[in-house]
Design a protein around this ligand. Sequence first.
Ligand code: G3P
Ligand code: CA
Length: 279
Amino acid sequence: MTHVRTHARQRPIQVVAHRGASEDAPEHTLAAYRKAIEDGADALECDVRLTADGHLVCVHDRRVNRTSNGRGAVSALELADLAALDFGAGRTRAFWRGRDEEPDWQVRPEDPEDTSVLTLERLLELVADAGRRVELAIETKHPTRWAGQVEERLLELLKRFGLHAPASPEASQVRVMSFSARSLHRVHAASPTLPTVYLTQFLTPRMRDGRLPAGAGIAGPSLRVVRGRPDCVERLQRTGHQVHVWTVNEPEDVDLCIGLGVDAIITNRPGAVLRRLGR
Ligand code: G3P
Ligand code: CA
């Protein structure tokens, strides 16, 4: 059965660069985010973790082994330790393609800062200097381990940039995403107008009925969920929730998301998705 959207879209589909333009440059680096902005991405996705000395850095894995020339857990390293590593040295592109080979990046970083560890603060500066509105979708990693510290630091930092308490969720330039409902609940309790995205790899019975956990405003199902239950998109939207789908890279999957009228496509290939959308 083919599922297509039956009610009119309010806004264009947002294109969100997953870890930056992470097929063209090493993920979570300035190089990848600059490329995503150049490509025209509407928003940038990043994962954040706390270092041993309390800085929020943009690193996906618990350890730095895959994405840098170093070893060890982010939570056990200080920012100065991470700053000594090269995050352009990882196997990231090959990882996405499921092959164990040296990456062949389209973007060749010239400045060491382009591939050094990226703090969330530096990413916020990049967004502030973008010259156009670029949104930020920040995913909290391991929020249970740190018992509220990730969210606390995140909100402190957003406050410094004047982004912590938007007039409304619709007006917000930033949203917080998590697989942890508890993390989103903390953010929502501290800043009720900051949009929150509940990420899931399976469809809970509650979501099947179009409902999300308390504190979550937007649904973030994986592509696999949407492929298996495409009707969930309209169900969630009819109960007032936007639907942001990850990680959508192949043309046929982009077409599926367009046909279903999802609200945001989170992709490693923002340029290609924008072209597919005719933008
Ligand atoms: O954007 C959501 C997506 O990033 C969640 O999965 O593992 O890539 O952080 P992961
Ligand atoms: Ca993520």
